[in-house]
Ligand binder design. Structure first.
Ligand SMILES: *Cc1c(COP(=O)(O)O)cnc(C)c1O
Length: 354
């Protein structure tokens, strides 16, 4: 632990809180009154500042825009019934933030500075955290290269920014998903394990094509053979097959999700066998046909647990059991909510109190 982070604070003279419609919170469109910014210059982080949310001035030559030296994180903060506020497992995001930075030749941000900067911003805008069920404050820390230089080389200067905003449920219904067998999200040796901005830009065309065919999400498969399940959209894909929780093992093509890790910990608490391994498309389709695939969902901070209604593969759609009847994912979601909203004991120490 380093000493307390020195942050310059400029409060907004005109809060937008009163005019914000908390009954209509499309994901990622509503931001709180303030944001946090910091600069990496001369080999160190400086100028930590909380200021009114708004546009910033940048050179059009910054290499983040040209060569994608940029990445992000996604975290949520929750309001408990007694008014207390917690952030869910930010220590995990701090570690992953630096893994992404490392992959993109960007500077490390000490874990305690990452957490302290986020906690300070959440504290200032704590009235923006919705108190309603299934609502939370979404936290978006990100870093990007700011050298105004068109050479393809790592920037010397960077900006770290944190935005926060209230959010409601991400998906409103169980998802029809398509197993993608042409496009690839991440290849071995690539940067799939980093939350690199470029990974999401490249996923938009395949996602749009799937949406045009009527699907809500894609299930990505391995780049070489398209035979093994990797992830679901921007969430980890998890399945209950023959009573076991199965999910792709984390490697360089898989984002090591905090929600994935949390679901695995809960399953182990409950004595369920967990297998982190290669998951073949063939065994899932077989399980969907013979009824042994009893649960399927995406796990991620934004969507939490996103139930899969059907899986499509080679133009054949396989419907799974009614999500309302799925014991495992329902229990995971209820248990997670109880911990996050402070209704049950936080035995794993996942809540970071603000
Ligand atoms: C963010 C993300 C996840 C989920 O990670 P969490 O830490 O659970 O939010 C999974 N896969 C991809 C590709 C992601 O971008």
């Amino acid at each position: 632990m380093t000493e307390t982070l020195d942050i310059k604070i400029t409060q907004t003279p005109t809060s937008r809180l009163a005019e914000t419609d908390f009954n209509n919170l499309p994901f990622g469109k509503v931001f709180s009154d303030h944001m946090l910014t910091a600069d990496y210059e001369d080999g160190e982080w400086k100028n930590f500042e909380i200021l009114p949310y708004g546009p910033i001035e940048l050179s059009p030559a910054i290499s983040a825009l040209h060569y994608g030296q940029a990445f992000f994180e996604g975290i949520k903060a929750y309001k408990h019934a007694d008014g207390k506020v917690s952030i869910f497992r930010p220590d995990k995001n701090a570690i992953r933030f630096n893994k992404s930075a490392d992959r993109l030749c960007m500077p490390q941000l000490p874990e305690d500075i990452f957490i302290q900067s986020i906690a300070a911003l959440v504290d200032i805008d704590r009235d923006w955290i919705p108190g309603k069920a299934n609502h939370a404050l979404y936290i978006r820390p990100f870093m990007f290269a700011t050298d105004p230089f068109l050479g393809v080389t790592p920037s010397a200067n960077y900006k770290y920014i944190v935005l926060i905003g209230p959010v409601g449920p991400y998906f409103s219904k169980p998802l029809r998903v398509k197993i993608e067998t042409h496009y690839t999200r991440a290849a071995e040796g690539g940067m799939g394990y980093a939350k690199a901005a470029g990974n999401y830009g490249s996923s938009m065309l395949p996602a749009r094509k799937a949406a045009e065919e009527g699907f809500d999400q894609l299930i990505w498969t391995d780049a070489k053979e398209h035979k093994y399940i990797e992830e679901m959209g921007a969430a980890n894909a998890m399945f209950l097959l023959d009573g076991k929780l199965i999910t792709a093992e984390t490697k360089d093509t898989i984002l090591d999700g905090v929600t994935r890790d949390t679901v695995i910990a809960l399953a182990k608490d409950w004595g369920i066998t967990v297998e982190e391994r290669k998951v073949s498309v063939a065994e899932l389709i077989e399980g969907a046909k013979n009824g042994k695939l009893t649960d399927a969902f995406g796990a991620g901070t934004a969507a939490t647990i996103a139930s899969v209604a059907s899986i499509s593969y080679n133009d054949e759609e396989y419907f799974l059991s009614d999500p309302q009847t799925r014991e495992f994912s329902k229990k995971v979601l209820a248990t997670l909510d109880d911990i996050k909203y402070g209704r049950s004991e936080d035995a794993h120490g996942w809540n970071y109190m603000v």
